[in-house]
Design a protein around this ligand. Structure first.
Ligand code: ATP
Length: 288
């Protein structure tokens, strides 16, 4: 018996860091949405009580460090599942890119195993379990578009934003999320108006979504890595409707509605960046 699950990447339409909490985590306020760039997972039921994991990507650990493995282990322990699973990951989302690839693989594993192991858990229960694995896993369990608070695990679902193209470009550098947060000066942040972004999505106002794109981590990464700034300026110059860095970077995305402009931005980026993608914004959740 097999189950196939799609694990879409996310982008941040807005990311605010409110303050540092006593437990060391940052209190966040983020608007996130899923895009049609996805890993594909094949989950095969094993009669023996074992979790096996594999992927062709050399950047992804194929042992217990993999977040999909951790998701399976957690679910197995919590519900005393006797059977096992073989997880095979087709990795399409760039790794360590600010696109929550690992978190989405973990979330897809939870959704898939819920079926494969016949657990009949609700999506809310799966999201709660996901929070134990990582901050972005809860959102990825739901998918779609949401306002996330706390460490990212308090999810309020939002309607699907207007359809558009998302062009992503990832320069060949690795950015450490922890380092970016450490370098962030909380006293110098100019906070986004998250309510305006939420309102724009509710009103399906594409222009207002583009006008309110904001990520407080962007300046930290931009000042460290000139190549990220260069990509951003390039997308703006070639006619993107809105441009922002996702998560802690280094991936930058452009929102574009017109097909001809999408071609122009995409082709111009292909010249100097190896990892460039043109995909549709998904924004619909896994509830149905
Ligand atoms: P986020 O946006 O949530 O900060 P990210 O896109 O920056 O995440 P990931 O692609 O999730 O980062 O990978 C971060 C690290 O997690 C990688 O360096 C990798 O070693 C580890 N990892 C564990 N499991 C996975 C997985 N299934 N896919 C990708 N990376 C994984």
């Amino acid at each position: 018996m097999k189950v196939f699950v799609k694990a879409p990447a996310k982008i941040n339409l807005s990311l605010d860091v409110l303050y540092k909490r006593d437990d060391g985590y940052h209190e966040l306020e983020m608007v996130m949405t899923t895009i049609d760039l996805a890993d594909r997972l094949e989950l095969t039921l094993l009669e023996e009580s074992e979790i096996r994991i594999s992927s062709q990507s050399r950047y992804v650990p194929d042992d217990e460090r993999n977040l999909a493995f951790q998701a399976a282990k957690l679910l197995k322990q919590k519900f005393q599942v006797e059977k096992g699973v073989e997880i095979s990951i087709e990795k399409n989302i760039p790794v360590a890119a600010g696109l929550a690839g690992g978190s989405s693989d973990a979330a897809a594993t939870l959704r898939g195993l819920n079926k494969l192991w016949g657990l009949s858990l609700s999506i809310e229960e799966l999201a709660e379990i996901g929070a134990e694995i990582g901050s972005d896993v809860s959102f990825c369990v739901y998918g779609g578009t949401a306002l996330a608070k706390g460490r990212g695990e308090k999810i309020k679902l939002l309607p699907t934003p207007p359809s558009c193209w998302v062009i992503l470009a990832k320069p060949p550098i690795g950015v450490s999320t922890t380092e970016v947060y450490n370098k962030l000066n909380l006293n110098e942040i100019s906070h986004p108006n998250t309510n305006l972004m939420v309102q724009a999505i509710k009103e399906k106002n594409y222009q207002a979504i583009c006008n309110n794109l904001n990520n407080v981590l962007e300046n930290v990464t931009l000042s460290e890595y000139p190549e990220v700034k260069q990509i951003k300026e390039h997308m703006e110059k070639f006619g993107a409707d809105g441009v922002l860095m996702s998560g802690s970077g280094p991936t930058v995305f452009a929102l574009i509605q017109h097909d001809s402009r999408k071609e122009r931005v995409y082709n111009s980026l292909k010249g100097f960046c190896r990892q460039v993608f043109a995909v549709r914004l998904l924004g619909t959740n896994h509830l149905s």
